[in-house]
Design a protein around this ligand. Structure first.
Ligand code: MEV
Length: 324
């Protein structure tokens, strides 16, 4: 009997506050975006595993899958289940956002793969367990990472996140955001190492800065509850200064930050993600988009409450598109 295919979908995400500090026990604010990644898994009658995505194709035979840097998160997740899988599968990954934008595509693909493999291994859909498994994958593949982006991809909405001990606190889901891509993404572990080197030279100062970031998350929580965009905007501006202080700003990012601040519709601006690239976020919507010099780099996205979920059977793989 042919076994059924099924799909899981997870949103991308963006950090609002607390980057780097979150790796040192402080809180971060992160949110899920309505840009989604979907994985369709189709069981096979043999032990073959195939992966199809915008990054290319992969083929291997269970239980020993050769490494491939394009699919390191997916392969790590698969390897965690090989003892429980008695047959192979085709995995098709479709994303409506590029992995180059720094919108948490690795997190989204990791949580979807764990969810799909748990289902294949006849385990229940347990968000906390999927989070724990995905965090292990993140640490094995990347060597570091708070898991804040995983929490947003799994639970959706806006989340206050702490890594040690794990705290995932869902908040309101409304926040008007403008997102601008800086044109470059430096790998997160590389930027984390740059910050760590500087922190080792100035441990006391960095401790103080990370504490300020933590307080900012608490204050932002209240501002969010009251929809007090003015205060939230101040917090973004203050934290932009803190991100500069830990060495993750650059000229291009600053140009975008100041251009966004020119617009009367924007309450506050900061860079988002590890830094030295990635995106800039502005609170509010541009009133004069035509006057904004980086209009072409804007990313259309809003916050979504919909986290990881089983997706309709209609998720289409690129190679199937012509057949329907
Ligand atoms: C990267 O988006 C944010 C960092 O804090 C790393 C992490 O939280 O995993 C730099």
């Amino acid at each position: 009997m042919e076994r059924e295919s099924f799909s899981f979908s997870a949103p991308g995400s963006i950090m609002l506050l607390g980057e780097h500090a979150v790796l040192h026990g402080r809180r971060a604010l992160v949110c899920a975006l309505d840009r989604r990644l979907t994985i369709k898994i189709s069981p096979r009658p043999d032990h073959r595993v195939t992966i199809q995505s915008g990054l290319g194709c992969y083929e291997g035979i269970l239980p020993t899958l050769a490494p491939d840097p394009r699919f390191s998160f997916v392969l790590d997740a698969i390897n965690a289940y090989t003892a429980e899988l008695s047959y192979g599968f085709d995995l098709c990954i479709v994303s409506d956002f590029s992995h180059r934008l720094g919108l948490g595509s690795s997190a989204a693909v990791t949580v979807c793969t764990h969810a799909a493999l748990r289902q294949l291994a006849c385990k229940n859909f347990d968000r906390n367990q999927i989070f724990a498994n995905s965090l292990q994958t993140l640490h094995r593949v990347q060597g570091c990472g708070s898991g804040a982006d995983l929490s947003a991809s799994i639970f959706g909405g806006i989340i206050v996140y702490r890594m040690n001990p794990i705290e995932i606190l869902p908040l309101a889901q409304e926040l008007p955001l403008s997102i601008v891509y800086s044109g470059k993404k430096r790998p997160t572990p590389e930027v984390v190492q740059i910050v760590e080197n500087l922190r080792n030279m100035h441990p006391q100062l960095f401790d103080g800065i990370f504490d300020l970031m933590d307080v900012s998350v608490l204050n932002a929580q209240n501002a969010l509850r009251q929809k007090d965009w003015k205060t939230f905007g101040h917090l973004l501006n203050i934290n932009q200064g803190l991100m500069e202080a830990i060495g993750v700003g650059n000229a291009r990012l600053s140009e975008i930050v100041y251009a966004l601040r020119e617009d009367p519709g924007i309450y506050g601006v900061k860079i988002s993600g590890a830094g030295l690239g990635d995106c800039v976020i502005g609170l509010g919507h541009l009133q004069n988009p035509a006057a904004f010099p980086f209009q072409g780099d804007q990313i259309e996205a809003t916050i979504t409450a919909l986290g990881l979920c089983i997706w309709g059977k209609s998720a289409i793989c690129p190679q199937e598109e012509g057949k329907r």
